[in-house]
Write a protein that binds this ligand. Structure first.
Ligand code: UDP
Length: 238
């Protein structure tokens, strides 16, 4: 078998993706599917960390809808990521994997408080490490949390799972003639205002030269193909 190009990977998943076909909550089918996709790559000996969003439950910027002030809402959003992290943890364990949920907000009954060295140790022991609680700071997103964590744990790459095939020249869900990029430079994406990640997350990626791949996680076996070196999704580099 060809050598695997990645030793340690950070997978960023949106909370919204956990909805599946539902309009609220968590899809058991999606959770089981994600768990099995992750299991297949963990079996290759790749260390996997996951940062998960909370958009299926709450987003701080929904202030105008809910009347809940943004800062308070952001903390609610971060707690939502912990709920999703717990759900993914349960699904991974059901599929037979060893996991740890670590949080940047203290919730000691349900998740370990994040300590970098401990996270590294878990990864070395081949536990799937889920980082919940975002960055621990309001006014950020889980994209930023993903990028920061990827850098902190020295991940070889951050891969962003989406429901489309990568970065397109226009919205593929609105324009059938949209074209997907195979490769992109950070600067080009910024100049063309492509919405790949929020600006803060993207800027950190660029500055720290962290390789990013945006790929379709809803296509079975895509994660495996990507991590075994196939050209899946859009790769963004300097
Ligand atoms: N959030 C935050 N700080 C963080 C990460 C998340 O305040 O470091 C809050 C923010 O309100 C955000 C919500 O948590 O809207 C859920 O995260 P996000 O919208 O990034 O989730 P996703 O879009 O990936 O589901």
């Amino acid at each position: 078998m060809a050598t695997i190009p990645y030793k340690r990977v950070l997978l960023k998943l949106s909370g919204e993706s956990l909805l599946g076909n539902k309009t609220y909550g968590l899809s058991a089918d999606i959770l089981a599917y994600y768990a099995n996709e992750i299991k297949a790559v963990a079996a290759l000996g790749i260390e996997i960390a996951v940062v998960i969003g909370g958009g299926n439950i709450y987003r701080g910027m929904n202030e105008s809808e809910t009347g809940i002030e943004r800062q308070q809402g952001d903390y609610m959003g971060m707690l939502a990521t912990i709920i999703n992290g717990m759900a993914l943890q349960a699904a991974l364990e059901k599929a037979g994997m060893k996991t740890r949920l670590m949080s940047n907000i203290k919730v000691e009954q349900v998740a370990e408080t994040y300590i970098r060295r401990r996270a590294l140790r878990h990864l070395e022991k081949m536990r799937i490490v889920i980082f919940g609680g975002g960055t621990g700071n309001p006014n950020f997103t889980t994209d930023s949390a993903g990028v920061l964590k990827a850098i902190e744990i020295n991940a070889d790459i951050i891969i962003k799972g989406t429901r489309v095939d990568g970065v397109f020249d226009k919205d593929p869900e609105k324009f059938p003639d949209a074209v997907v990029f195979k490769q992109l430079k950070f600067q080009e994406a910024l100049d063309k205002n492509f919405k790949i990640m929020d600006k803060t997350a993207f800027a950190i990626c660029q500055e720290r030269d962290l390789k990013l791949v945006v790929f379709n996680f809803n296509k079975p076996n895509n994660l495996y193909r990507l991590l075994t070196g196939e050209a899946i999704g859009t790769i963004v580099t300097n």
